[in-house]
Design a protein around this ligand. Structure first.
Ligand code: GLN
Length: 322
């Protein structure tokens, strides 16, 4: 791949990150905490962390960038990457590529579409992707964790046991989605096995720093042990970014594209991973969520950061103050 790095000035990123952290401290967030996940409720809604990793390798942190949180639905990006690596375009025979217009755990459309979920980032789609991961030669329940360790370059993170237990024992809606997909023959393994794999990937706890490092491959930069990214991988990543832009924030994807202008994936743990292709991988965390289940402060922070740094896939504009 040609080197397309835009030589980001780390001092400018540092200044923008510091400014955004200071702004987040004074915003009174009205975000809601997810109530169906154990261990979350005692957190304050307006805690905030951010980490930017540039294509040149600079790591710029702010706020609580070292606080681990369950990545939840952000794991769907990594699982999709693994499924595409293993199954190529066959993935699209079983999952669509359209925004859903429904909440992330909605069941209504799955019946209409005869068991084919709208996209891989709603829960139904992620369950079908998890089913595909079980097809691989060596089914490993640690798979997404292994992928992450590889891309972060270290495995110093854990699966949050409380989050795992709560979602494994409950998770009735997800179980219903899996059963409905199975009734249409779009789940090849047992619902329990698929659920276990899915719930486990959601319960992986990462810090903003680890998440931003894991996301380096999405900016089409080599990550982990890799020195180069192949053309095939670059094409794949561009398409994953397209899906993140159109489907990454559920029913808030349009508003997010308007305000932030970057491919991104949110999780109900309060994290968002955003990508500036060829430039930066950004992770933010703040547990207060908006009505679509996306981090309220995290979205505001990304909006301010992208504006200050002139970052958008829809065209760059001069940086604020430049
Ligand atoms: N584990 C969560 C669930 O299945 C993930 C949802 C999310 O992050 N949007 O409900």
């Amino acid at each position: 791949m040609p080197n397309r790095n835009k030589n980001v000035d780390p001092d400018q990123v540092r200044a923008a990150v510091d400014a955004v952290v200071a702004e987040m401290e004074v915003i009174e967030s009205f975000g809601k905490l997810i109530d169906h996940i154990e261990g979350m409720s005692e957190l304050e809604v307006n805690r905030f962390g951010v980490c930017v990793v540039t294509a040149d390798g600079d790591v710029i942190e702010g706020g609580e960038a070292s606080h681990p949180f369950p990545i939840q639905s952000i794991s769907k990006v990594f699982a999709l990457t693994m499924a595409l690596e293993a199954h190529g375009d066959d993935v699209w025979k079983r999952v669509g590529r359209e925004p859903s217009g429904d909440p992330f755990n909605s069941i209504i459309d799955l019946e209409r579409k005869k068991g084919i979920p709208r996209n891989p980032f709603i829960n139904a789609g992620a369950l079908v992707i998890a089913d595909m991961l079980l097809d691989r030669e060596k089914p490993q329940h640690e798979d997404v964790a292994a992928f992450l360790a590889d891309h972060i370059g270290a495995n110093d993170f854990d699966v949050d046991p409380d989050v795992f237990d709560k979602e494994a024992k409950g998770g009735y809606t997800n179980r219903a989605l899996a059963n409905l997909a199975k009734s249409f023959d779009n789940l090849h393994h047992e619902v329990d096995d698929v659920m276990k794999l899915y719930v486990r990937q959601c319960a992986i706890a990462l810090t903003c720093r680890q998440l931003a490092l894991a996301g380096r491959y999405l900016m089409l930069s080599p990550s982990g042990r890799k020195k180069k990214i192949s053309l095939q991988e670059a094409h794949r990543v561009r398409r994953i970014n397209a899906l993140m832009l159109t489907c990454g924030q559920y029913d808030g994807a349009g508003d997010f594209a308007y305000r932030v202008g970057l491919p991104a994936k949110s999780g109900v743990g309060g994290g968002i991973l955003a990508v500036v292709p060829h430039v930066a991988s950004i992770a933010v965390w703040s547990p207060g969520l908006d009505d679509n289940g996306n981090s309220l402060l995290g979205t505001i922070a990304l909006e301010r950061l992208s504006e200050r740094l002139g970052w958008s896939v829809f065209g760059s504009v001069p940086q604020v103050g430049a």
